[in-house]
Design a protein around this ligand. Structure first.
Ligand SMILES: Nc1ncnc2c1ncn2[C@@H]1O[C@H](COP(=O)(O)OP(=O)(O)OP(=O)(O)O)[C@@H](O)[C@H]1O
Ligand SMILES: [Mg+2]
Length: 576
């Protein structure tokens, strides 16, 4: 019923919770004063001891208590708001900074859609936990005990005891449903995030689905998932409704019992009229805080189920100790072994030497592990066995910022953000002047196109959807050049684009290779002919390495690949 983890996660909200409890207790005191005043006035009037003129003071007291209650109610609501605001802020900050610490590898731990749901809606669910449930949790215990003594001293210990004994029936009912609720809600959240993921995936893949006319199939799949979600939601609601009915029965039944006992005591003369009225009017207050706790309990359980997922994410293992600054720029792999999962090793003792300023090619058939090497150099995964260093320092120890200032990776699916061309370019070099931007765009043969548009202010749609594949890739190159790091990795950077764009990009890469370290990963061997050293890979191993001419002389895997590609190209030309 009480989650220590959540409380420890956000100790800042504690004072607001305590403030809320105090204000609610004050409200109870004011309510008591008002009821006692009413009860006494009724008795005096009944006994004809007071005339109407004596009612001025009690009426003034009642008016005062109503006014003060207005402030305590508002104050409690404000405390509730502050507690939930604080927790939402703290939790979202924690998720965000965790995300930053995990870096791009976060996808290994959680799907993007799920994370978005957890940090938006999941965190919202915690609002009720901290704002309502937590203060009510304590107040619901304090209020009946305070009332017990009040009833005992001010009226009848018998009635007080009977009521106090009935109160725990409500938390008893809560505890009974808690187990079922926990299971159901965890199922509910699982289904909810799953549906969210599917929805996002289908939305993003709409074009593909339409192309293959598979939208109908996906529609059915989503209908099925929605139906599961509907069922689990209905199960949750039924469970909540049933438990609310039980709690209502106990709460109102208990209050009725109190009223009955007080009336009986009055009739038998054991209790005065004022005391009887006072007990009748207040007996519901014995149960209402617990009853309210019961209502908040369901919302809080929902928050807790969401928080379980959030905690799971926050507890994910982080790449530790990445603090070293990269100073040198030589890259070396020494007997590197790596697998994305334990069962399957992808790289088997790969060794490579990439001296500063060199132009290195990595070739090999699809799936041989080329991009995996690039990912490792970028520090996206931890090397399992062997050593990989930049400037003599382990890449796994290198601080992310320092590593990103040393190497720039350009793949074939570069991401652009909605905004202007300028904004997207300045990501790589925030201080660059317009002149410098135009210079690079010119080098990447984009300037004439952009000048016809709106220049640097040309808007880009989400992921540069309004550019052609070739333009997009040239823009990615321009952005990378602006980043100005000592080393670059081009991973199939010229795949699937027009020949003009490819040539423009290759020319720039060759120019870059004169002053920077360039690692060129490519299917097309012609692209790496000029490399000082080419590593030829096969099934996660470096099978050959050397300059183009040396490798041809070896007449091995590289020579075979080269001859096949040559034959295909000349066949293509003959066919034309
Ligand atoms: N994120 C991943 N999780 C699990 N396995 C992966 C992952 N990425 C790649 N692999 C596996 O690792 C192997 C090497 O993949 P990699 O992407 O390095 O090949 P590649 O040489 O770059 O191929 P290509 O030329 O087609 O780009 C493949 O068998 C692939 O199935
Ligand atoms: Mg690849």
């Amino acid at each position: 019923m009480f989650d220590k983890r959540l409380m420890q996660m956000c100790p800042e909200s504690r004072r607001y919770i305590i403030g809320n409890i105090i204000l609610q207790f004050l409200e109870l005191c004011l309510n008591t004063v008002m009821i006692v005043t009413i009860a006494q006035a009724v008795q005096k009037l009944y006994e004809k001891a007071w005339g109407l003129e004596e009612l001025t003071v009690p009426l003034l007291i009642i008016a005062c208590t109503i006014m003060l209650r207005f402030f305590t109610t508002r104050g409690a609501a404000r405390m509730s708001y502050l507690a939930s605001r604080t927790v939402k802020q703290v939790m979202r900050e924690k998720i965000y900074s965790k995300l930053l610490r995990l870096g791009p590898a976060y996808r290994e731990h959680v799907a993007t859609a799920e994370l978005v749901q957890e940090s938006v809606e999941g965190v919202d669910q915690l609002e009720s936990y901290f704002g309502q449930y937590m203060p009510q949790f304590f107040y619901a215990f304090i209020a009946p005990i305070a009332l017990f003594f009040l009833f005992g001293f001010g009226g009848s210990w018998r009635v007080a005891t009977v009521l106090l004994i009935c109160v725990p029936l409500i938390p008893g009912a809560i505890m009974m449903v808690q187990k079922i609720a926990k299971k159901l809600l965890s199922k509910y959240w699982g289904q909810y995030t799953k549906l969210g993921s599917t929805f996002l995936e289908n939305l993003q893949g709409m074009t593909t689905l339409k192309t293959y006319q598979a939208d109908g199939f996906k529609n059915e799949q989503m209908n099925e998932e929605s139906e599961h979600f509907r069922k689990v939601t209905m199960a949750v609601l039924t469970m909540q409704l049933n438990s609310v009915t039980i709690m209502d029965f106990v709460a109102y039944g208990g209050a009725a019992l109190g009223i009955l006992l007080a009336t009986k005591a009055f009739v038998s003369g054991q209790l005065g009229l004022a005391n009887c009225i006072f007990m009748i009017l207040l007996s519901a207050d014995f149960f209402l805080p617990m009853r309210r706790l019961g209502s908040y309990f369901h919302v809080a359980m929902n928050g807790r189920a969401a928080s379980d997922k959030i905690f799971h994410f926050l507890n994910e293992e982080e790449p530790a100790g990445r603090t070293e600054a990269v100073t040198g720029h030589d890259i070396a792999l020494n007997g590197v072994r790596f697998g994305y999962d334990k069962e399957r090793e992808i790289l088997h003792a790969v060794s490579m030497t990439i001296p500063e300023g060199s132009f290195i090619g990595i070739v090999g058939e699809s799936g041989s592990g080329k991009s995996t090497i690039a990912s490792l150099i970028m520090g996206r995964h931890t090397v399992g066995n062997g050593k990989m260093t930049i400037g003599g320092k382990n890449v796994t120890d290198a601080a992310e910022e320092s590593l990103m200032k040393t190497v720039t990776y350009i793949g074939f699916g570069s991401v652009f953000f909605k905004g202007s061309v300028r904004e997207n370019l300045l990501l790589a070099s925030p201080g660059a002047s317009d002149e410098r931007l135009w210079q690079v765009l010119d080098d990447c043969q984009l300037s004439s196109f952009l000048r016809k548009e709106q220049g640097l202010d040309t808007p880009l749609l989400e992921n540069a959807g309004n550019l052609s594949g070739g333009q997009k890739q040239r823009l990615a190159l321009a952005r990378a050049i602006l980043h100005d790091t000592p080393a670059y990795i081009f991973d199939e950077a010229t795949s699937n684009i027009d020949i003009e764009s490819e040539e423009a990009i290759l020319a720039q890469i060759k120019r870059l290779a004169k002053t920077k370290t360039v690692i060129m990963i490519s299917h097309r061997l012609a692209n790496v002919v000029d490399a000082s050293r080419i590593y030829c890979m096969e099934e996660g191993r470096v099978v050959e390495s050397g300059a183009h001419a040396e490798l041809l002389n070896q007449n091995g895997v590289y020579a075979k690949l080269w001859n096949t590609q040559k034959a295909l190209e000349s066949y293509g030309k003959e066919a034309v």
